[in-house]
Design a protein around this ligand. Structure first.
Ligand SMILES: Cc1ncc(COP(=O)(O)O)c(C=O)c1O
Length: 461
């Protein structure tokens, strides 16, 4: 379709029409007016094909999300079948539908052991938002109206809505948006490589992070702190795995002060870290768990917040008192998205997605660690099928590149030119390929990365 709006010039290329009519997410809108879009026309296994016919391996699985790649017919068929059967139904006022019941049961059969029920919504941000509301709802049910602050960490990414962007610990998500909202308290990011003191062991660093957290709780007043939220492995903040021993101490502190522990598994869930959940990889027992993205392999938007019985009982108590749990969306548990999620979970089970991730992981992790000695590589980190490589200007003292050099963006472009899509998070290059990626494609990703690093070093050093 070629759109012609009265008083506006007609545009005859997709790129020009995108510039004219479409406002992008997480994009420099001014630059976009000049550079235009990167148009992806088709999915193909672990890769995508652009509008010029060039194929790329998508080493980011879209946005850490398309776990089954981009051409899984079973998911398309599941959606189509459900659309013919029952295209829409709500979950308001006790209404349900068979496919959603199946999804809830399947999800809970593989969920972290500490949680037992699921509320559905449409995005990771909504799941986090819902978690925040439930913290407040729960504390009110318990007769603790003051216990409402939520502690989130520096470099956390929890989403883009008002609440979830407030919990996010990245300046770019808050600046000029008048965020964060009240009742959000910030704790330090436990990135050992970056923030450890001279000679400080990983264990000592974790202990210091825990002491800092406890000091924050005591400063705020434990009677005012309702919850702590963390990604098991921090994703969009720079792919930062937790240091050894950190979460054990953090969970103990949360228990000591009766603070709910929320694991944001929007990236980590469904095999990404080498176990079904980040909570399993790092041995956590959260009160609430968010998931999204790989729940439907991202073929349709659907997310869930999973809760434990303690939280659920308080919600039931509130309903008894006020006659209603006054929360939910038109599309909570949309049947078509639910059908795609059910099929996704069936595929995960049949193909043993956790075993697949475990098997593929060494090629990715070892393949990238081979570049640890490269002149512009500071740290290579990650677990399972997620990894990050942090670029530095001076290895010896871990000095970052001047931000104006755009080192990460240069590597990202060099990779793209070589047919591999990665994501530059500042100067951290993120890798999070579809879990179905073939071994030889992982080898291509790491080989191209070596070339891209050399090409970038020639421009930067
Ligand atoms: C850990 C985490 N939580 C929440 C979100 C927000 O999810 P969504 O973009 O689906 O709203 C993201 C998105 O990347 C995420 O990584």
């Amino acid at each position: 379709m070629k759109t012609e709006l009265p008083g506006r010039t007609p545009f005859n290329s997709d790129a020009a029409r995108d510039i004219a009519y479409h406002v992008h997410a997480q994009t420099n809108l001014d630059a976009h007016l000049k550079t235009g879009p990167f148009i992806i026309a088709k999915g193909d296994g672990a890769g995508v094909i652009d509008d010029q016919g060039k194929r790329y391996i998508d080493a980011m699985a879209g946005l850490w999300s398309a776990a089954l790649g981009f051409s899984e017919k079973r998911l398309a068929e599941a959606a189509y079948k459900q659309m013919l059967e029952l295209p829409y139904s709500s979950t308001f006022a006790g209404r349900s539908c068979p496919v959603l019941i199946e999804l809830a049961e399947r999800l809970m059969s593989i969920a972290p052991k500490s949680v037992s029920r699921a509320l559905f919504c449409n995005s990771g941000s909504e799941a986090v938002d819902t978690a925040m509301k439930l913290v407040w709802y729960y504390q009110n049910a318990k007769g603790r109206p003051e216990k409402k602050k939520i502690i989130a960490r520096e470099k956390a990414y929890h989403g883009s809505t008002i609440a979830s962007a407030s919990l996010t610990g990245l300046e770019r998500m808050q600046r000029e948006f008048d965020l964060p909202i009240a009742r959000v308290v910030r704790a330090p990011c436990p990135h050992y490589w970056k923030f450890a003191g001279p000679g400080e062991s990983e264990g000592a660093f974790s202990e210091r992070m825990a002491i800092d957290l406890e000091a924050i709780i005591l400063r705020e007043g434990p009677e005012t702190v309702g919850a702590f939220i963390a990604e098991p492995l921090q994703g969009a903040g720079g792919v930062i795995p937790p240091p050894a021993g950190y979460f054990k101490r953090v969970e103990a502190i949360c228990r000591k002060y009766d603070i709910l522990f929320i694991a944001d598994e929007v990236i980590c869930g469904f095999g990404r870290t080498g176990e079904m959940w980040g909570s399993e990889t790092y041995d956590l027992a959260p009160d609430m768990v968010t998931c999204a993205k790989a729940l439907s392999a991202s073929y349709l938007p659907i997310a869930a917040l999973m809760i434990n019985e303690r939280v659920f009982e308080a919600m039931v108590e509130q309903s008894r008192k006020i006659t209603l749990f006054g929360h939910g969306f038109t599309y909570s548990g949309h049947p078509v998205a639910a059908a795609v999620a059910v099929e996704t979970l069936k595929i995960y089970e049949e193909r043993d997605i956790v075993a697949m991730a475990k098997e593929a992981s060494p090629s990715l992790q070892k393949g990238l660690r081979a570049f640890a000695g490269h002149p512009i590589v500071g740290e290579v980190r990650g677990v399972g099928m997620i990894a990050g490589v942090e670029l530095v200007a001076d290895k010896a003292v871990k000095r970052p590149f001047d931000a104006t050099k755009g080192a990460g963006a240069i590597v990202q472009e060099e990779m793209k030119a070589r047919g591999v899509l990665v994501r530059a998070l500042g100067d951290v290059i993120a890798f999070c390929p579809p879990l179905i990626i073939a071994e030889d494609e992982v080898k291509t990703v790491t080989a191209r990365f070596g070339e891209a690093l050399d090409a970038a070093a020639a421009k930067l050093l």
